[in-house]
Ligand binder design. Sequence first.
Ligand SMILES: Cc1cc2nc3c(=O)[nH]c(=O)nc-3n(C[C@H](O)[C@H](O)[C@H](O)COP(=O)(O)OP(=O)(O)OC[C@H]3O[C@@H](n4cnc5c(N)ncnc54)[C@H](O)[C@@H]3O)c2cc1C
Length: 500
Amino acid sequence: MADTATLEAGADTATEHFDILIVGAGISGVGGAYHLTQQCPDKSFAVLETQESFGGTWLTHKYPGIRSDSDLYTFGYRFKPWTSAPIASADEILKYMGEVIDENDLDHHIRYNHTISTASWDGTAKLWTLEVTNTETGEQKRFTCNFLWMCQGYYRHSEGYTPEWEGMDDYKGTIVHPQTWPEDLDYTDKTVLVVGSGATAATIIPAMAPDAAHITMLQRSPTYFVTGRNANELADTLRELEIKEEWIHEIVRRKILHDQAQVTKMSFEHPDLLKEELFKGIKEILGDDYELAPHFTPKYRPWRQRLAFVPDGDLFHGIKSGKASVITDEIVRFTEKGILLESGETVEADIIVTATGFNMSVLGDIEFTIDGEPLNFHERVGYRGMMFTGIPNMAWVFGYFRASWTLRADLVADFVCRLVQHLDDKGASVVTPELRPEEVDMKLLPWVDPENFNPGYVMRAAHLMPQSGDRQPWQHSQDYWMEKDVIPAADLDDGCLVYE
Ligand SMILES: Cc1cc2nc3c(=O)[nH]c(=O)nc-3n(C[C@H](O)[C@H](O)[C@H](O)COP(=O)(O)OP(=O)(O)OC[C@H]3O[C@@H](n4cnc5c(N)ncnc54)[C@H](O)[C@@H]3O)c2cc1C
């Protein structure tokens, strides 16, 4: 690979070349940039980002109360200590990411306002070519690279998922999706109905409740909630003992991951016990006499969908205060003033918030071709959930659903850096995952096991996602506790990765 970036005057568009291009400056892309500077300092690279700044999810989401639902000791990077309360606001996460960029001089690598529309692999030139629009100037640009690192996240930032309900046009109030929150929306003394009961609803409701006249959470089916203080006792104790922040970060990460592994084990082995524990946390706030069914008693096993953490039990304090309430029912249709439910009840509201999820964006809505052929991603099989059969020199980051996303972003980054070095060591310039002869006829399965994890946005996009095999390394396990040992030890010459 070339050591430095080159700028070539093409016939119509200037072309810039880098060894590696990273797509996206969210937590994954910024992390990738950091790891490249540390582990592959001789490689040229750039990060192309469509937004005007870094942060991805934490930049584009503006709804009231926006915060993480996992702790920042594990959602933060392995290499940069988190020093505040575990659950963080979007602003705190952006500040943390900004420090990573400043401290490591990453800014000059990032090109903001750069939207990638196509990515084409040319097997003869052994290069990716990206067609890019500068959204500020309208200028068309072309970038080439040897290796493409997809850190584009998993959903479309521009528009959330809202189901089509009958009568939506009749409704005279305001409908908003959390993903495209109007910053000037005034909800003071308004009645608000939030459709959905995932982490987003659990964040918005306590944030809006003090100012709204009343806020109702309408759910089709209940979610498991974990209540707890937004504090980490171990971190606080270690700080009192004046332990270095680097050590605190590492120790607290290990403790949290250890505890999470216990919870996962318990969800499989003793689901009823775990349910009781979760219910106990809610009853501590709402009182022993509060009837948890039907609003807080899901039918599925805990952990099949992400458990929504409610810091300091704020959602339940909102319910206890009478400012917030819950309805478990199905929408028949919208009316002029609100919603008609299957039970026959109508709920009136000035504002309806559709906290109904994401539209998956597979590969950043970029049109991919491999040697002129359009890429049908669903026909490909994932190698350890990070590369794909027949797609040369490309890796993507798809983090964990249950554990923090960034744990996997760090693991994939180490893998990519190791692979890039391995290519150099072998004197090769192309690496492509291919099924070995004994795997060609193996059974192909969905990208993630729907028995194990099945939120709506994943199920809706299953037909667009790559497939998995019936054995490793062709599976996407979503198991941090397995992958933390297996990925760093993966044999790069086991025949699954073909070099030229
Ligand atoms: C509200 C909310 C809260 C969440 N909370 C947590 C949490 O607490 N813990 C957790 O583990 N996970 C959480 N998640 C999941 C979260 O999205 C990930 O953890 C993480 O932030 C994803 O980071 P990313 O960099 O991979 O992707 P993103 O944050 O989606 O960033 C991808 C970037 O790529 C850019 N991009 C995409 N396509 C293109 C293109 N074609 N051209 C140029 N640029 C492009 C986007 O503009 C974006 O900036 C949450 C998600 C949401 C929506």
